[in-house]
Design a protein around this ligand. Structure first.
Ligand code: DQA
Length: 331
């Protein structure tokens, strides 16, 4: 899971500050705070020390595994885990599905020991650390040094989380997704009437479009069909997926109300492109139905027209689509 709803999961030695840092973090992020040891206590109606004394560690670890499974189903929480959570790799695998794991690293002599069944003496604590240090590092997505003031540690986690998730989301949403749709006979470029449409093939057109997209930092998908219904399906399928459409409906430009209606239905900013200067051609090419639902028409520039359309959508796709109500005429 990779978004701002990702859980923040704190791991580390018993007494390293997971609960106090977790509380503060949750407060500042306006999130719920959960503590896996507390959840186990609630479930068993016994304090952790008593669970160990009465039922033993194996029983406790089984409870812990169950709670890890439950926590991995949650979103947008701050979760402090018991020091032994890392002992079971399956716990970590599950927690990672919905969370980013922060290891709070703290010097042994600074760890709190009161009321912790497995680290009651300095010796026991050292042994525990020897067993677990590598596991914490292995499980961690980010290691945070917890020697300084609490707020400093909280800030280090916040900075990392913002960097990883919010900035990534911004970058992702900043890249516009453009769908280029070509209609009937465009696949015959290079063969069909080269004096009008040029010598270059459809494969070369695709290369050109992809090069432009890379240069303009746009995500581009290309689609071509000789069938009106398939073009309508593709326009409908673009809803919610693309920020802009570049469309050369080819001969369907002059006949297809279905394509016009599909473009109107999805309301995705669209630019109509024609390789040839249709405005200077036969009378029957002077009407464009698709053009009535497009923000712009570019004709007569060959391949370059597709580039112009992408440039336009890159800068203008966020403005609301203005419908042209009257039939657009090339004259
Ligand atoms: C075209 C012009 C249309 O009139 C014609 O039917 C096409 C191609 C162009 O790109 O110039 O197939 O859309």
């Amino acid at each position: 899971m990779e978004n701002s709803e990702t859980n923040i999961v704190l791991i580390g030695m018993p007494g390293c500050g997971k609960s106090s840092i977790g509380h503060l973090l949750a407060q500042q992020m306006k999130r719920d705070f959960l503590d896996t040891d507390q959840l186990i206590e609630q479930k068993t109606q016994l304090p952790v020390a008593e669970i160990f004394a009465k039922h033993g560690e194996v029983f406790f670890r089984a409870q812990e595994a169950e709670i890890a499974g439950i926590c991995s189903q949650l979103k947008g929480k701050v979760i402090a885990t018991g020091g032994g959570m890392v002992l079971n790799a399956e716990n970590i695998r599950q927690l990672k599905q919905t969370g980013r794991i922060y290891y709070l690293q703290r010097e042994l002599q600074l760890l709190a020991r009161k009321g912790r069944p497995l680290s009651s003496s300095a010796n026991a604590l050292e042994k525990l650390f020897e067993q677990r240090a590598a596991l914490y590092l292995l499980a961690a997505d980010c290691v945070v040094d917890n020697q300084g003031p609490l707020q400093q540690v909280v800030q280090a986690i916040l900075d990392d989380f913002t960097e990883v998730f919010f900035n990534n989301e911004k970058t992702r949403s900043g890249t516009k997704k453009i769908l280029v749709i070509n209609g009937p006979n465009i696949n015959m470029l290079g063969i069909r009437e080269p004096q009008i449409y040029g010598q270059q093939t459809y494969a070369q057109l695709l290369d050109f479009i992809r090069q432009c997209a890379a240069e303009l930092q746009l995500d581009v998908d290309c689609y071509q069909s000789n069938h009106e219904g398939a073009l309508v399906d593709t326009i409908q399928g673009a809803l919610g997926k693309y920020d802009g459409i570049v469309i050369n409906p080819a001969a369907y430009t002059h006949t297809s109300i279905a394509i016009l209606d599909a473009l109107k239905a999805v309301q995705i900013p669209a630019v109509e492109v024609h390789l040839s200067a249709v405005q200077q051609r036969e009378e029957f090419r002077q009407i464009s139905y698709a053009g009535m639902a497009c923000c712009k028409t570019i004709a007569g520039l060959g391949f370059q027209g597709y580039r112009e359309a992408m440039v336009f959508l890159k800068s203008g796709a966020s403005v609301p689509l203005v419908m042209i109500d009257d039939a657009q005429n090339f004259k």
